[in-house]
Design a protein around this ligand. Structure first.
Ligand code: GLA
Length: 718
């Protein structure tokens, strides 16, 4: 049993962690502990009161909501720190208060309506804490879903209006973790288009620290992942809490350290760009937030997240092994047609590539990015015979076939917009702002989704496709829906995401054999919501290997390498330099390998190199897709990015050290987490090592030149 209720305390145990909270006077859930199962913790609710902190007369000056560690803090009723739930009631104020009513422990989980969620396994259990508010008649249920083997607990809530008056949910945070005290840092991933997910580590200071997206997408700018760790924690040591959000729209991550040193961490939808009206008998389901706790530093957190995402979030791989793709975008842009595609196919097949992906430019009158989004029918001039014969010919070369779509968008220059200008997000009386010449379709309007389902059925339904790249190339402003009444306009952003997930599910059900790769101008929606529906994500439009290192390092902190789609391109003409081409390949094999260059026009030696690269990648591929990933040297603080993949059985290990800049030779040491009594052989040198020696440190000399790498492949021999 991973959940029990024992002497007024709820105890949730995973393989390595314990999470404990208690009820104060059977009314208020108060947090006690989250950490290692081995560690002692006090089971007592601390008696806290400070001057200027409001208290209940009944308890006197020993308990104040402002001083307690809370499982779910409410707005405006005695806790001055940031709140999780804020509800505007029938009286017009938003003073919010719920009290504990009862609990349930269920096998499995409750499935949130229309939202992505972590798939349960046979051991999954959920603790439900039901709370009530007599004033509004609302019932709040807090969910703690436990994935014991993965050391993950997820949090979410539902709010049911069981009263007689309409209320409005104005702030919704799915997860709160209050920490009593400590010297902590927080880690977030920031960036922009082509610079996604750069690592940032800062000290948690007094006051509010937060990252968020107000863009209607989880965004390139700030990722929903966040970690809070002991100031002294490093890759392999120290206490680390990791958080994430199974959602792809705007979000808010908060850390507030009060002047007494207590830290409140929250993840959720936030309050900007959000509000939800609940009429009597209506229910709101909040998206799921995910947390883990590691005593083994940042690697411990990453490995837990990676395994959890592979086992409980990602769809089952429709194509095994994952295809090495050749994508047309970086080389041909909109300049594709029947003949060009066949040239690509021939060159790709000759090199041992598995799939050709026809990117943007195949539909409507799409000859550049000013037109045709929304017109999802074949570009007649480029493909006079339609796509079916083209796909047949591509398949004759032995390749699979993939296609690009961007269903959420519309260009004003399109047939769809001419017919349905009311189908895009827009605020009456406000000028429409364009981004990449496009507008956002109103996915809060179910009619729009119905229409797209029909249209994609007509265009793609009979085609023999294996892969879809689902793109999204602008962020939302004027977030208002012509389909919703005035009082529900704040729901637009959330309802939009429900519409997106509905269409994803339609594609998944309609094309179960098709692998979906998600993309948003590169990695602008690199989040757990998208990972529920996409096998992999296009990591970034930046394909320069040096720049990629920082992007891939940040991405792999929170997400497994098997989702990270990495293409070797002709960035800065690198294919004309064998050293650079080799380095680009080494960087790309930190994730799922692909290519994005004008392969038919490449010289023979480049084609031969690529064919050899693919063969080499095939040897390590299953380690990259299914293995555990550990960082050793961090490219933020050192000139090196070194890491290793290790198979779940610990019988194979691939260690890589990348160095983009030139610099003096150095002796580096990597320590591997392998069984001490095992023995390994390193492939290139044939040298044998004990597990113990590899654990204590494997040393090697780096090379002085730029774009250098070292690679060691160990196999267990006993
Ligand atoms: C985005 C993607 C690219 C490509 C273009 C097509 O920028 O990230 O890979 O698909 O759109 O317009």
């Amino acid at each position: 049993m991973s959940i029990r209720f024992d002497q007024e305390k709820f105890i949730i145990e995973t393989k390595n962690t314990a999470y404990v909270f208690a009820l104060y006077d059977h009314r208020f859930p108060v947090h006690l502990y989250y950490g290692s199962r081995q560690q002692e913790y006090s089971g007592e609710i601390p008696k806290h009161y400070r001057s200027f902190s409001p208290y209940y007369e009944k308890y006197g000056m020993v308990f104040s909501p402002d001083c307690a560690l809370s499982e779910c803090p409410f707005f405006g009723h005695g806790d001055f720190r940031t709140a999780a739930i804020k509800i505007r009631n029938q009286d017009g104020n938003s003073v919010t208060s719920f009290e504990y009513e009862n609990y349930e422990i269920i096998k499995g989980r409750r499935t949130p309506n229309g939202l992505p969620f972590a798939e349960p396994d046979e051991n999954t259990q959920t603790l439900i804490i039901n709370m009530k508010d007599d004033l509004t008649g609302c019932k709040l249920s807090l969910f703690y879903t436990v994935f014991a083997d993965a050391d993950i607990i997820t949090r979410s809530f539902t709010l049911q209006n069981q009263g007689t008056q309409t209320v409005k949910l104005e702030k919704a945070m799915s997860l709160t973790l209050d920490i009593e005290e400590g010297d902590f840092d927080y880690i977030t991933l920031y960036g922009g288009h082509a610079t996604e997910r750069h690592y940032q580590r800062e000290h948690v200071g007094f006051g509010m620290q937060s990252v968020c997206s107000r863009r209607g997408a989880s965004s390139h700018q700030f990722n929903p992942f966040m970690a809070v760790c002991e100031h002294t924690a490093d890759e392999d040591h120290g206490l680390v809490y990791g958080f994430n959000f199974v959602y792809s729209g705007s979000f808010l991550n908060e850390i507030e350290k009060d002047p007494n040193g207590r830290i409140r961490i929250q993840t959720g939808l936030g309050e900007e760009n959000f509000g939800f009206l609940l009429a009597p008998s209506q229910t709101f389901d909040a998206p799921e937030a995910v947390m883990t706790c590691s005593q083994e530093g940042l690697n411990g957190m990453s490995v837990r997240f990676h395994r959890f995402i592979r086992q409980h979030i990602l769809p089952k791989d429709p194509i095994i092994p994952r295809p090495v793709v050749l994508n047309t975008w970086e080389a041909s842009y909109f300049d594709i047609d029947q003949e060009e595609m066949l040239r690509y196919a021939k060159a790709a097949a000759d090199c041992g590539i598995d799939m050709l992906v026809m990117d943007d430019g195949w539909f409507g009158k799409r000859d550049d990015d000013t037109t045709s989004l929304g017109d999802w029918f074949v570009h007649k001039k480029k493909f006079p015979n339609g796509l079916a014969p083209l796909i047949r010919q591509i398949k004759e070369t032995g390749l699979k076939f993939g296609i690009w779509i961007e269903p959420e968008m519309v260009n004003p220059h399109s047939e769809l917009y001419q017919k349905h200008p009311e189908w895009c997000l827009q605020a009456p009386g406000r000028e429409l702002l364009l981004s990449r010449h496009q507008l956002v379709l109103d996915f809060a309007n179910p009619e729009v989704i119905d229409y797209l389902e029909d249209l994609f059925e007509q265009t793609l339904g009979d085609l023999d496709i294996d892969y879809i790249k689902w793109d999204m190339n602008r962020h939302m402003c004027s977030v208002a829906s012509p389909a919703l009444p005035a009082e529900q306009q704040d729901e637009t952003s959330f309802r939009y995401m429900l519409g997106v997930y509905r269409l994803f599910r339609w594609f998944q059900n309609r094309f179960p054999q098709v692998m979906i790769e998600n993309c948003s101008g590169g990695g602008g929606r690199y989040d757990l919501g998208m990972m529920k529906y996409s096998t992999q994500i296009w990591t970034s439009d930046m394909t320069g290997p040096k720049q990629r290192i920082l992007i891939q390092h940040g991405s792999a902190l929170a997400y497994p390498p098997c989702v990270m789609s990495c293409h070797v391109s002709d960035f800065d003409g690198l294919t004309s330099d064998p050293g650079k081409l080799d380095f680009a390949f080494r960087v790309a094999t930190g994730g799922v390998l692909g290519y994005e260059m004008k392969l038919p026009d490449m010289p023979e030696n480049v084609k031969e190199t690529i064919a050899a690269q693919i063969q080499e990648y095939r040897r390590y591929e299953s380690l990259i897709i299914n293995g555990d990933f550990y960082r050793v040297h961090n490219p933020v603080d050192s000139p090196y990015y070194s890491y290793y993949f290790i198979s779940p059985e610990k019988d194979e290990l691939l260690a890589v050290c990348l160095k983009a800049e030139a610099g003096a030779t150095e002796k580096l040491t990597m320590c591997f987490q392998v069984p001490e009594d095992a023995r390994y052989i390193e492939e290139a040198t044939g040298k044998e090592y004990t597990g113990r020696a590899l654990k204590e440190g494997f040393s090697f000399e780096t090379q002085p030149e730029a774009n250098a790498y070292s690679l060691f492949h160990f196999t267990r021999i006993s």
